[in-house]
Design a protein around this ligand. Structure first.
Ligand code: TRP
Length: 332
């Protein structure tokens, strides 16, 4: 019975197309969690606005494109609730009520607050919305009594803040909200094609929607061991992006071991290492392409799934907010 399973809640900001980093860092985990948990996966479009408020035109397009990728990866709308944050405006109401009890220094102390302001120095992130980012995230999870939040390391401080806020809220209003735990995804951090952090803005990603030929072309451009200027020079496997990708995606472990051994010995060329990698990547992406094609054959289907999921989410959110208003003594 789905309702008896503990809830998992996680979201993604629709700020671009999804790439292999999203697949290993989140989606694979989202898919497997569906077997054990009652999963709520959502498009955090308001969170996207905290940094993209000056150009919001791409948000809804990315939102639906991202959901299509989730479905292609195996997130199942029959088993999980897929929704859009801004279609469940109760999130904003809970955020507002949480904002009454959270001291501003708690938010200023969250490490990502200053880090992101420094990293995205081209925009003005001295806004209330940006400061409130982790508080909105708290509302996202508490709304569904989420027990577990599958996230990467970088999100741990947000969840710590969430737990503190929920505790404080509960001190004032009784144990009305549930504290959530991070469910850390133990994944190797994958670098981009050029060894820098994988990022759309660096143009160093392989996207989940790339076709097979594009994958071959991108893999050819991948950085390898820079000291290895000829195929007969022994190379370094550790920290080499091509081998990190082999480790993450090539299902044929014996092939990977053999390539590594020959690379270290200086008896394999980059071409072979890369050709096998492109083949392995396309083997991972092919079933996703197939599923995406099937979904695309039904125009409006992705939107329909997101809207229908949001309706379901909203019914639960309405229940939570009735309980919360009651606890805050705002029931008229
Ligand atoms: N902050 C998350 C990220 O950047 C996205 C997010 C928003 C989220 N709300 C959430 C993740 C709630 C988990 C739960 O990855």
């Amino acid at each position: 019975m789905a309702a008896l399973r503990p809830r998992v809640v996680s979201g993604m900001r629709p700020t671009g197309r999804l790439h292999l980093g999203h697949l290993v860092g989140a989606l694979r985990n989202w898919v497997s969690l569906q077997d054990q948990y009652d999963c709520f996966y959502f498009v955090a479009d308001w969170h996207a606005l905290t940094s993209e408020y000056a150009s919001t035109g791409g948000v809804t397009g990315y939102a639906l494109d991202n959901v299509a990728d989730w479905l292609a990866a195996g997130v199942d709308p029959e088993r999980s609730t897929i929704f859009v944050q801004s279609l469940v405006p109760e999130h904003a109401e809970l955020f507002l009520l949480l904002s009454m009890v959270v001291p501003i220094p708690w938010l200023e102390r969250v490490p990502t607050y200053k880090e992101q302001q420094e990293q995205l120095a081209d925009r003005d992130l001295s806004t209330l919305g940006f400061l409130g980012y982790p508080l909105l995230q708290t509302a996202d999870v508490a709304m569904y009594d989420g027990r577990f939040v599958p996230v990467g390391e970088d999100q741990v401080p947000h969840l710590e803040l969430s737990r503190e806020v929920v505790r404080r809220f509960n001190q004032f209003y009784g144990g009305v909200l549930v504290e959530a735990q991070p469910l850390l995804t133990p994944v190797p951090r994958l670098p981009g094609l050029d060894t820098r952090t994988m990022s759309k803005s660096y143009g160093n990603t392989i996207d989940l929607a790339d076709d097979a030929a594009t994958v071959v072309k991108k893999v050819r451009q991948m950085y390898t061991d820079p000291k290895r200027i000829r195929a007969d020079i022994p190379g370094t496997v550790e920290g080499n992006p091509v081998f990190m990708y082999h480790d993450a995606f090539n299902a044929d472990a014996a092939e990977v071991d053999d390539l590594k051994a020959r690379y270290r010995a200086g008896t394999v060329g980059d071409v072979e290492v890369k050709t096998t990698l492109a083949r392995a990547l396309n083997a991972v992406l092919d079933p996703m392409r197939e599923r995406r094609r099937a979904i695309a054959a039904q125009p409006g289907r992705v939107r329909e799934i997101a809207v229908e999921g949001s309706r379901k989410a909203r019914a639960i959110a309405a229940g939570t907010m009735a309980r919360v208003r009651d606890a805050v003594k705002l029931q008229y």
